[in-house]
Design a protein around this ligand. Structure first.
Ligand code: GLP
Length: 241
């Protein structure tokens, strides 16, 4: 596990974007696993700037996103599909048919999740998976549990996650209580993993996840077992390392 400590959010975003850019340049038809949340927004911004300058080409890239709220439609501005369109897909030359986000509108949870697991598998594996980190150590929407969930599944969001994500919704009752998420097994199959974390409210969980014991109660701690993980933190998030 490589830990890169950066100065601030901007520096973190640039360093994370460097790693993604290197992947796209080295393998123009790579499969990128993508994440939502506020942390990777700056990373996407740098990638868009590089595309606009002509330094990056997404025409051959394929993507699979980690997760989606159950029940939100594509045009809901809180859906992860909408987030990705707004922050990346709509701003670069990636063919939309090459992008994949779990279908939050599929009411049959088992079907939505099995179909998505098959999509990831049929792409031949993820070359580089980008991850954020929840305050309780969740990755994707894999919440603390008694065991590590393997494949894409439907998850009941914890109260702390619902509260943390409420800032994006008008009222807390609007926050979906369930999501479809890649499993820990799906994530761990990626060839390379890049996790970004920023801000002092993440310092405690960064230390717990990457310096503490590997436990399903701290889902991100499993990354310690992956052979190729890079963690990019800003000074505040890395303060306790
Ligand atoms: C959500 C997402 C995660 C993300 C986490 C942290 O719950 N499902 O993928 O990593 O939030 O978000 P933030 O980066 O806004 O702290």
């Amino acid at each position: 596990m490589r830990i890169i400590k950066t100065k601030d959010y901007q520096d973190m975003s640039r360093k994370a974007a460097n790693i993604i850019s290197a992947q796209v340049i080295a393998k123009p038809d790579c499969v990128l696993g993508l994440a939502t949340g506020s942390t990777p927004i700056g990373t996407y911004k740098v990638l868009v700037e590089r595309y606009q300058k002509g330094d990056l080409d997404f025409s051959g890239v394929k993507t699979v996103n980690l997760d989606e709220y159950r029940g939100l439609t594509h045009d809901n501005d809180q859906s992860y599909y909408y987030f990705m369109m707004h922050n990346l897909f709509g701003q670069v030359n990636i063919p939309l048919e090459n992008t994949h986000v779990p279908d939050g509108t599929e009411p049959d949870a088992k079907k939505a999740c099995d179909d998505y697991e098959a999509v990831v598998e049929n792409m031949g594996g993820i070359d580089l998976q980008l991850l954020g980190l929840g305050h309780n150590g969740h990755i994707g929407f894999n919440e603390p549990a008694d065991e590590f969930p393997k494949a894409t599944h439907c998850v009941d969001l914890t109260e702390s996650t619902i509260k943390a994500n409420a800032r994006f919704f008008e009222k807390i009752e609007d926050v979906p209580t369930q999501a479809y998420t890649m499993g820990i097994g799906t994530i761990m199959k990626a060839k390379k993993i890049l996790l970004v974390a920023s801000g002092k409210d993440k310092a405690e969980i960064v230390k717990k996840a990457f310096c503490g014991p590997i436990l399903p109660q701290v889902p991100a701690s499993i990354l310690q077992l992956h052979p190729d993980v890079t963690i990019v933190v800003d000074e505040e998030a890395g303060a306790l390392l």
